[in-house]
Design a protein around this ligand. Structure first.
Ligand code: PAF
Length: 284
């Protein structure tokens, strides 16, 4: 595995792979890799000839009171995991390489970013799209892989790819979970053992939604009420939002279908967690 940290080196690597006729798969991450990220690497490997993994804790997608400073980082461990999983190139730039002094241009997301995560984290999706656009521009990947755990992010990125006519195939990879249902996330590292137990409330609430769907409930309001009742049995879990939304643009729905996205964000102690399912599939 080759390691790249500057933009000229990244461009040089991309140019060589293109000259060799390779399809390039890009896996953008913020590091502190877990099986969810490595499933993205596997998907990129299936769809491309060479896999480029980027690791960059993107400061502009964090709000002023968010966890940028304490976001977990461990490049030596990530390097080892990436190499073991067959990544061809690791791009881990510094902040100065990505945003040199004087850099100020930002991508403005549209309506699909207005609700849910977008409302809870103002500026977040603008920061995500700016860094993803920069990576897409530098790498021009044939395929880029994103995790479904950040479902609204996948919707907002897809919209950008469409709007800017990028010939990039997007692969959205199912969420990887712990045996008790907790979605893998780098932020799970913040949870102490008690909080780790409470955090299962998120996937539990999603499973409640799926159970209601299975017995014929079709009202979004009724399903949300059932999830909130379930979550009330976990007083340590503070719900931020519950979304029942259509998958195209994450617009809210009144009547649910099998394809409806059910998403939620909640705080467990100081840790903010998100999770979602496709209603007809449940927690898988
Ligand atoms: O999903 C993430 O880890 C980040 O939002 C991403 C896509 C790498 C952009 O910083």
């Amino acid at each position: 595995m080759i390691e790249l940290s500057t933009i000229p080196d990244l461009k040089g690597w991309v140019r060589s792979r293109r000259r060799e006729g390779h399809r390039i798969g890009l896996v953008p991450t913020m590091g502190y890799l877990h099986e969810g990220h490595l499933a993205l690497v596997d998907e990129a490997r299936r769809r491309a000839d060479v896999v480029l993994l980027s690791i960059f804790v993107n400061p502009i997608q964090f709000g002023p009171s968010e966890d940028l400073a304490r976001y977990p980082r461990d490049l030596p461990r990530d390097r080892h995991l990436a190499e073991e999983r067959g990544v061809d190139a690791l791009f881990a730039p510094s902040e100065a390489a990505m945003y040199p002094p004087g850099s100020e241009t930002r991508i403005a997301p549209g309506r699909s970013a207005a609700r849910w995560e977008g409302a809870a984290r103002p500026g977040h999706f603008g920061g995500v799209l700016t860094v993803v656009a920069k990576l897409f521009h530098l790498v021009e990947p044939d395929v880029a892989c994103f995790g479904r755990k950040d479902v609204q992010q996948t919707v907002v990125v897809r919209q950008m790819v469409r709007d800017l006519d990028w010939p990039i195939e997007l692969a959205v990879v199912p969420t990887v979970r712990e045996p008790d249902g907790l979605a893998l996330s780098s932020r799970n590292a913040y949870l102490d053992p008690e909080q780790r137990h409470w955090a299962t409330a998120l996937s539990g609430a999603l499973q409640e939604a799926h159970s209601a769907w299975r017995v014929g409930e079709r009202s979004a309001q009724a399903i949300e009420a059932r999830m909130r009742r379930f979550l009330q049995t976990f007083p340590e879990v503070q719900v931020e939002y519950i979304a029942l939304a259509e998958p195209g643009a994450m617009a809210p729905v009144v009547e649910v279908q099998a394809t409806t996205i059910v998403a939620l964000a909640a705080r467990v102690g100081l840790t903010r967690l998100i999770d979602n399912i496709i209603l007809g599939e449940g927690v898988v």
